[in-house]
Design a protein around this ligand. Structure first.
Ligand code: C2E
Ligand code: CA
Ligand code: CA
Length: 669
């Protein structure tokens, strides 16, 4: 069995043990996946942060160690210079010579240079130290100068005095400061190098750990992400499945059917095969819902779905199009005969009795049958024609019918009208003309009939006879009637505001009488425009009465009890039984215009007109003659005591503005 046809009741998606609403799951999964993504990002950021931090701090320590070692070198140069100067000074006292003085001067110069370097690359403390030493240097040099002179004079006593009292103390100060700073900086340099080494070994140890931990975390987060992604994917798949399947039966829905139909047609063109489409509509399914309740209705639809699937071939697609409508796509079928055989088999399967919770239910269905090639080449034409065939089968009570272009006057251009009409209603392309109805005894204007017209953007003005039957067939009639009622009652309000109290008659199709919403819609509109219900007449045709439907009768009675008048349109052309007439709350009979038009040439028609007038009066109804084209007919009808007349002789259907003008002119004469 095809997976799309498996019937499974499902409204929640189960994960693990519990069932959680899918939207909640989806939400938490999304949050989870966001967390996992953020975790992943944080780990990666931390690893990069660590790498940057360790390289910056190592670099800093390196620089510190280098500058500290350079400074320490300058200090030791200064210290060496100090020792050299001292030793040359002593040497001079023992063996004075110009060479020794030159060496002493060179040592002093070296000392000054080194101090200069320290001053430039050292810290504030170093600069203070240099300044100190520099301040001592001139007096030291001056005393050395005098000491060397005393040596030259061989004045031993003076030499000793200067050495002990002046040169040595100053020199000691200098020597002490320089040597101490040099020793300190040696220490500092060693400790910087130590720090650098510690940092380097820390880096060497921690970097692999950080990266390994990072890798593990990345792996974990990636795993979590992957798992949530898989779950989200499966949820998405679930949603896709839901969008293509009917919730109640699990069968393919209209979208999936249309898709498969197109695919089958495409393949058919390649392989020269024929595609068949069957449209099933249950008869009187509503009664099951109404009498047994929706629970039984749902169970029945489910069982019908199962049965259709069990009888269909594996390659066929069984779809539920909504309500009590099913379709079966036969992707490859043995011509029209093959499609009809399948239709018979499937029809027989669902007309066999169903047992639902102990109750036996009989189902009747009407089936429309079409095949590719013979009835159309594209999916939408085939769908529409299967629909038309199904409606025809329903109308004729025939069970199964194939599409018959002869019986259906709907040419392709008429089929295109379906979309146009919907758009036309949306864009307000439809408008109303009004035709007056006058009293035959007083000539007074009693009311108007609202007649719809369509100003098509391409085809121009289209008369209702061309699109109303079509609207009735396709179900658009519901919106159309609502649209017309709204326009008509709005106009009555406009006239009332101008002081013209005008009754309006609106044509209602028999299909509207099978729609419970009608009463509510009319009540709402009367309320919206603050109108008395007796300003509205509902014209229904004999065919609507003949529906003999409980619902239609109920709706008519409800409308009547609200104070709305009911007229039977085109009376005489159908076959209304007198019993039906008597039972219904009818206020007016409208004689079909075919009798009125020819009543002066045809004795029988005149007789029919007179009989209808009598019948109506005997049943307490008003009688109105339509199609009054001449003054002769007008006066003849008056002589037969007909109540009202409507026709070209009085006035053609005209726009609301034209009617207002016509009304006012007539009132003046
Ligand atoms: P109907 O309800 O029988 O409307 C009377 C039709 O007879 C109108 O045609 C009107 O123009 C025409 N008529 C009026 N006086 C004369 C006359 O003296 N001689 C002749 N030969 N014809 C006359 P129209 O407007 O083309 O409407 C045709 C039909 O379309 C209507 O027949 C009605 O059944 C349907 N229709 C019109 N408007 C609506 C609507 O809003 N809703 C529905 N459901 N049907 C409508
Ligand atoms: Ca009418
Ligand atoms: Ca009529």
């Amino acid at each position: 069995m095809n997976s799309s046809q498996r019937i499974s009741p499902k409204s929640t998606v189960a994960f693990g043990q519990e069932s959680v609403a899918p939207e909640v799951l989806h939400w938490s999964k999304t949050v989870f996946s966001k967390w996992a993504s953020s975790g992943l990002a944080i780990v990666l950021l931390s690893i990069s942060g660590f790498a940057v931090w360790s390289s910056i701090t190592t670099d800093h320590l390196g620089r510190e160690a280098i500058s500290s070692s350079v400074l320490s070198d300058y200090y030791s140069a200064a210290a060496t210079a100090v020792s050299a100067a001292e030793s040359q000074e002593r040497q001079y006292q023992l063996e004075p010579s110009p060479e020794v003085r030159r060496l002493f001067d060179a040592a002093m110069k070296e000392l000054t240079n080194s101090l200069e370097q320290v001053y430039h690359s050292g810290s504030r403390k170093d600069r203070l130290l240099v300044a100190d030493v520099r301040s001592e240097l001139p007096s030291y040099l001056e005393s050395i100068q005098r000491l060397f002179d005393a040596v030259d004079r061989r004045d031993r006593a003076e030499v000793r005095r200067i050495d002990n009292n002046e040169a040595d103390p100053t020199f000691d100060k200098i020597e002490k400061a320089v040597l101490q700073a040099s020793a300190e900086h040696d220490q500092e340099s060693i400790s910087s190098l130590g720090k650098l080494r510690t940092r380097e070994s820390f880096n060497a140890n921690t970097t692999p750990i950080v990266f390994v931990v990072g890798l593990i975390l990345v792996g974990l987060f990636a795993k979590v992400l992957q798992r949530t992604r898989v779950e989200l994917d499966s949820q998405r798949e679930g949603a896709l499945h839901a969008s293509l399947h009917d919730k109640l039966t699990g069968l393919a829905n209209r979208t999936l059917l249309a898709d498969r139909l197109e695919q089958a047609l495409r393949l058919g063109r390649h392989h020269n095969s024929i595609t068949g489409l069957l449209l099933f509509d249950l008869d009187r399914f509503k009664e099951v819902n109404d009498t047994l309740g929706h629970h039984y209705g749902d169970l029945l639809l489910n069982q019908i779905g199962r049965r259709l699937v069990s009888v269909a071939r594996e390659v066929d697609t069984v779809a539920r199009l909504g309500g009590d409508e099913f379709a079966i796509l036969l992707p490859s079928v043995d011509g029209l005969e093959g499609a009809l055989k399948a239709a018979l088999r499937l029809h027989a399967a669902i007309t066999a009795v169903f047992e639902i919770e102990g109750i036996d239910l009989d189902v009747e269905a009407s089936v429309g049958v079409v095949i590719s090639g013979l009835h159309g080449d594209d999916a939408s034409t085939l769908m529409q024609r299967a629909d038309i065939a199904m409606y025809e089968a329903k109308k004729q009570g025939n069970g199964i019918l194939t599409y018959d272009p002869g019986a259906d006057q709907r040419s392709p251009e008429r089929l295109a009208m379906l979309g146009d009409l919907r758009r036309g209603l949306d864009r307000g392309e439809l408008f109303l003309d009004y035709q007056p109805q006058v009293s035959l005894s007083t000539g007074k204007i009693m009311g108007v009939e609202a007649l719809v017209r369509w100003r098509h953007p391409v085809r121009g003005l289209i008369s209702p006879d061309e699109f109303i039957p079509f609207a009735e067939l396709t179900g658009i009639i519901g919106s159309l009637t609502q649209y017309v009622l709204n326009l008509a009652l709005c106009q009555v309000r406009t006239w009332a505001d101008a002081g013209i109290w005008m009754q309006v008659a609106v044509n209602i199709s028999s299909r509207n009488l099978l729609d419970e919403k009608l009463v509510i819609q009319i009540t709402d509109l009367l309320g919206r425009y603050k109108l008395d219900p007796n300003l509205l007449v509902i014209e229904v045709t004999e065919s609507a009465i003949m529906l003999d439907s409980y619902l239609a009768r109920t709706i008519l009675k409800q409308l009547h009890s609200m104070g709305i008048r009911i007229a039977i349109d085109d009376f005489g052309a159908g076959y209304t039984s007198l019993a039906q007439l008597k039972d219904l709350p009818i206020s007016e009979l409208k004689i079909d215009k075919s009798f009125v038009l020819s009543m002066q040439d045809d004795q029988a028609d005149e007789l029919i007109v007179r009989s209808i007038i009598d019948l109506g009066h005997n049943l307490g109804m008003k009688v109105i003659a339509e199609g009054v084209e001449t003054a002769d007919v007008f006066s003849a009808l008056g002589a037969f005591s007909c109540d009202m007349a409507q026709g070209f002789h009085v006035c053609r259907p005209i726009t609301a503005e034209a009617f207002t003008q016509w009304y006012e002119e007539r009132a003046r004469t």
